[in-house]
Design a protein around this ligand. Structure first.
Ligand code: C2E
Ligand code: MG
Ligand code: MG
Ligand code: MG
Length: 283
């Protein structure tokens, strides 16, 4: 934490991080070593079909177990990685681990209809190597691109819209699915965002849990617009069965929240999938 300035001194502007100044630099140094020291890992949170509760896929979320500070949330270390040159190796680590884990789960279940979604940062989108790196990774792991979903927020694509549109179109063409993350927190209209080849939108938990009297109207119009555009809809952070039911009625296809399952390590997911998709049942 930054020291409070004394007297009436005005605090200088700081980026909106909880960690500032030297603390941030220390974390950046630590993060630089975190991959090789195996302090980073991926956890997977189920995305379930609201109609029948079946698992459709998982979102891969990064975790950092810092040797001295314990778990540091991605909301703290991802921005640090984004401001340095670390986001590319971190981003590839996430993609590589998620793809490898998916293929490993299937060694125990046979082919199953689940996807893995991985978050992409804007700096990754600007990298000229992202496309070929992803192609190489899918080739190496023999993973069907249709099993991979990339999640991007509106701010990520808006930072460089033309470049984003071209790259996303190329990725989409390989069969990779593209989700617009955290929808409802930014400023663009969904109509504008259809210039990008998203096939899925994820309604942000702030929108899903809005308690104002406009809630139903908002959700109803966003969901019907998404469906009209032939996009699938995932609601984030649904807190109750009643809300899940309401969203399903409005036409929302999927949910992802603690209500349906917290993020779990790869081995737990493997066990879960073995139970859900026993080999014998599908023979
Ligand atoms: P996100 O992509 O919107 O991911 C969903 C976040 O909501 C996750 O937080 C998840 O744990 C949390 N969540 C899930 N269900 C609930 C719920 O019922 N209630 C509440 N309050 N929260 C719920 P997490 O894991 O802390 O990640 C935060 C953000 O950090 C992510 O938001 C994503 O923007 C970023 N992030 C995480 N992993 C990666 C990564 O590998 N690469 C990149 N670029 N960003 C990542
Ligand atoms: Mg996401
Ligand atoms: Mg999200
Ligand atoms: Mg988010």
């Amino acid at each position: 934490r930054a020291k409070r300035a004394g007297g009436n001194r005005v605090e200088p502007f700081r980026p909106a991080f909880r960690t500032a100044g030297t603390d941030r630099l220390q974390l950046e140094t630590d993060l630089r070593r975190a991959i090789e020291r195996k302090e980073l890992s991926m956890v997977y949170q189920p995305i379930v079909r609201l109609a029948d509760g079946e698992v459709a896929g998982f979102e891969a979320l990064m975790r950092w177990d810092h040797p001295k500070r314990g778990n540091i949330p991605p909301s703290e270390f991802i921005p640090i990685a984004e401001m340095s040159d670390l986001i590319e190796p971190l981003g590839m680590f996430a993609l590589e681990r998620a793809t490898t884990d998916l293929m490993e789960w299937e060694r125990h279940t046979g082919e199953i209809p689940v996807f893995v979604a991985v978050n992409l940062s804007s700096a990754q989108l600007l990298s000229s190597e992202l496309y070929s790196d992803i192609r190489a990774l899918l080739g190496k792991t023999r993973c069907d691109p249709h099993r991979i979903r990339l999640e991007l927020t509106e701010s990520v694509v808006m930072e460089n819209p033309e470049q984003a549109r071209l790259l996303l179109a190329k990725l989409k063409e390989t069969g990779i699915s593209l989700a617009l993350d955290d929808f409802g927190t930014g400023y663009s209209s969904l109509a504008y965002l259809t210039r990008f080849p998203f096939d899925t939108i994820k309604l942000d938990k702030a929108l899903v849990n809005d308690r104002s009297d406009k809630r139903s109207v908002l959700l109803k119009s966003v969901i019907s617009m998404a469906r009209g555009l032939e996009m699938q809809v995932v609601a984030e952070g649904i807190e109750s069965d009643a809300d899940a039911e309401e969203l399903a009625k409005l036409g929302c296809d999927f949910g992802q929240s603690y209500l349906f399952g917290a993020p779990l390590g790869s081995e737990s997911i493997q066990r879960l999938l073995k139970e859900r998709f026993p080999l014998t049942k599908r023979a």
